[in-house]
Design a protein around this ligand. Structure first.
Ligand SMILES: [Zn+2]
Length: 282
């Protein structure tokens, strides 16, 4: 009896051990393969820089490098287009080449074995190239307009009798938000009351006060061309008026989103901002 009882106890222990062994094996077999994916709760607890090494960063970088190469190809097509347009407009190649990026070139991007730093350098280089190309194209657009439009309708008359001495057209740090923002016009710092003249002849389409631009005048010059005169203290024309080039239309002020008395002057074509200097320099 005693021997049989001991045996039974041993058998029970054996069965228990077997059952637990099987359940452990099953757990390992079922859970582990699933744990190989990205939704691994254990991996989620790891710091991100460690997780990065666990994935395949090279694959992600290669994909980005490919996109970078594609953007390069697009820029080259854009360049070819601007050259053809320059020929049509009769612009000398050297005039276009005058717009040169400082130290253009940048690293050659090789889809294989690209590092994160190389990729960043490539993107920065590309951004600079895009800026250069758009500058060249806006110059072409301005020159083509000069050839096709009536002289009176070209916004080449300085709107105030002072130079543009503060923020110029392009990217800058916004004085209000502190962030980088695109400045869509040219700023002329001048005392409140300084006369503002129409840069070209046209019809006034807007002469009102808005929250951002303050008191603003918009003039339509035809061919999709428009000039805007913002932050004025006084508006001297109204919507519907026909104005001639050089006509007094408003006075400099500090209305709207402005940090001091100045004229914010814009040239737009089909709504897109153009660099006013492309007209005023001539
Ligand atoms: Zn401005």
């Amino acid at each position: 009896m005693a021997r049989a009882k001991t045996l039974t106890m041993f058998q029970i222990l054996l069965v228990l051990l077997t059952v637990s062994a099987i359940s452990i094996a099953l757990t390992l077999a079922i859970i582990l393969p699933q744990a190989d994916g990205r939704n691994n709760p254990v991996r989620a607890l790891l710091p991100s820089q460690l997780q990065f090494t666990l994935h395949h960063p090279q694959k992600d970088l290669d994909a980005l490098a490919l996109q970078l190469g594609e953007m390069h190809a697009r820029i080259m097509r854009l360049d070819a287009l601007s050259t053809r347009l320059a020929k049509m407009a009769g612009i000398k190649e050297r005039d276009l080449d005058a717009i040169q990026a400082p130290g253009a070139g940048g690293p050659q991007v090789n889809p294989q074995d690209i590092s994160e730093a190389q990729l960043q350098a490539g993107i920065a280089d590309l951004a600079q190239q895009i800026e250069l190309k758009s500058d060249r194209l806006s110059m072409l657009e301005a020159m083509l307009l000069q050839q096709t439009m009536q002289k009176n309708m070209l916004p080449d008359n300085s709107p105030v009798n002072v130079g543009y001495n503060s923020s110029s057209f392009g990217w800058r740090v916004d004085p209000f938000s502190g962030r980088s923002a695109f400045h869509e016009g040219l700023d002329f710092t001048a005392a409140t009351g300084t006369p503002i003249h129409a840069a070209a002849g046209g019809r006034v389409t807007f002469a009102e006060q808005t929250p951002d631009y303050g008191k603003i005048i918009k003039i339509n010059h035809g061919s999709g061309l428009e000039t805007r005169y913002a932050h004025a203290s006084e508006l001297l024309v109204k919507a519907g008026d026909v104005v001639r080039k050089g006509q007094l239309i408003a006075r400099v002020g500090n209305t709207g989103r402005s940090t001091g008395p100045h004229l914010h002057f814009e040239v737009r074509r089909d709504g897109a901002p153009m660099d006013p200097r492309k007209f005023l320099q001539n």
